[in-house]
Design a protein around this ligand. Structure first.
Ligand code: NAD
Length: 367
């Protein structure tokens, strides 16, 4: 049974958008296309082949927005490969027929990206009209960290156009009461904030913390240092743009202590993006350390090194978030979607452990 198309729009055709769009046409070697998998198949990279009756083939890009002259005016299939994008190309994307619209720059370009991105001089269409005309149902926000004004601008666009929002960056909208209320009042669903990758530093760090706590051991001190070579890491060299990212990543881990009424002094936890290493491109490496004590208060510690391709790691989550947003639209639910946000995002309105969040997500899907 097919439940109809899910029309998405994307703001920010960077590395994450590239992986997501590629995934829509990905062929799993010797098996099938992602878009053709049935609900009984287990396929590498997907948590749900069919989610709430929706297949990946139901998702199509209806509209796109960026500001970079290398991307504006191009077909989405070409824009996702344009500089400075540097994530792995794992699928050949045929022309979509959707051209990238120019958008307002606002605070989208920070100090370090000024040398890398030249804003397009093309006319800027009214985004509400573009979304309505394209019949987009869900807008995915992939703007650079620190784009407070730009994200708020697009949140208002979603409210006006009555389009659901998936907020992939740490500008707090779904988790901020005044914004959450606006989405509730407008009956527009939102999943946010700040995407939590499939198996990335955040979920790994949270899992380690819960392992220690479950086994009766304290988390005395912990750090998570992250390095990478994509524009996200370049942008995050600007410390004033970084505040919300550090907060989001830190709270995502310390929330696991708080759920058990435990705390950790701010000097004993350090989590955040740490440096830009150009040759690493879209490869991100995270170093995680947890210091603890076992039986008899005897000290011990663990160090973990994680190496991932940053953008496909987030696309594997967004592919499910899109289908959950569509389920909310089908059910006439507006406001922040608690269960999907808790499992998919680092800064959701409500934090659970990932095991609890996964259980609640399945209940939401099968409601
Ligand atoms: N695993 C992950 O990759 C991951 C995880 C969590 C959060 N995120 C967040 O997702 C966001 C996107 O990541 P990315 O790697 O694709 O970044 P990116 O730098 O590759 O892409 C950002 C895109 O936004 C465009 N842009 C900038 N200002 C704009 C504006 N005002 N209007 C429209 N477009 C604008 C840029 O031209 C670029 O194409 C980042 O904020 C990142 O921190 C990514």
């Amino acid at each position: 049974m097919t439940k109809g198309k899910i029309k998405i729009a994307i703001v920010g055709l960077g590395n994450c958008a590239s992986s997501l769009v590629q995934g829509l046409t990905y062929y799993v070697q010797g098996l099938t296309y992602y878009k053709n998998v049935s609900d009984r198949q287990r396929v590498v990279g997907l948590m749900h082949t069919v989610l709430g009756g929706y297949k990946i083939s139901d998702i199509e890009v209806a509209a796109a927005f960026d500001i970079n002259q290398t991307k504006v005016g191009k077909d989405v299939a070409g824009a996702i490969l344009a500089a400075p994008n540097n994530t792995k190309v794992f699928a050949k994307v045929a022309k979509t027929g959707v051209l990238v619209n120019n958008a307002k720059v606002l605070d989208g370009i920070g100090h370090y990206l000024k040398d890398v991105i030249t804003p397009s001089r093309a006319a800027i269409p009214d985004p509400v009209s573009v979304l309505k005309k394209s019949e987009a149902q869900i807008l995915i926000i992939y703007l650079p960290v620190g784009s407070q004004k730009a994200v708020e601008y697009w949140a208002n666009v979603c409210l006006k156009a009555k389009v659901a929002m998936i907020n992939c960056l740490p500008v707090f909208i779904a988790s901020q009461k005044d914004w959450a209320d606006k989405f509730k009042k407008a009956k527009v669903p939102i999943i946010g904030d700040d995407i939590k990758s499939q198996v990335g530093a955040t979920i790994l760090h949270r899992t380690l913390v819960n392992l220690f706590l479950d086994r009766g051991m304290p988390v005395d001190r912990t750090y998570q240092l992250n390095v990478g070579g994509n524009t996200d890491f370049l942008n995050m060299l600007e410390r004033s743009r970084l505040t919300s990212k550090k907060l989001s990543k830190t709270r995502s881990v310390t929330s696991q202590l708080k759920l058990r009424n435990l705390d950790i002094a701010s000097d004993d936890v350090h989590i955040g993006p740490s440096d830009f290493v150009p040759f690493m491109r879209d490869n991100k490496v995270a170093f995680i350390r947890v210091e603890s004590r076992h039986f008899g208060d005897v000290p011990m510690n663990v160090e973990v090194r994680l190496s991932v391709e940053d953008s496909p790691n987030s696309a594997g989550i967004v592919i499910d978030a899109i289908r959950c947003a569509r389920l909310a639209l089908d059910r006439g639910i507006g406001g922040p979607l608690i269960e999907p946000s808790s499992y998919f995002m680092k800064s959701p309105p409500v934090q659970f452990t990932d095991t609890q969040a996964r259980k609640k997500l399945e209940e939401f899907i099968n409601f």
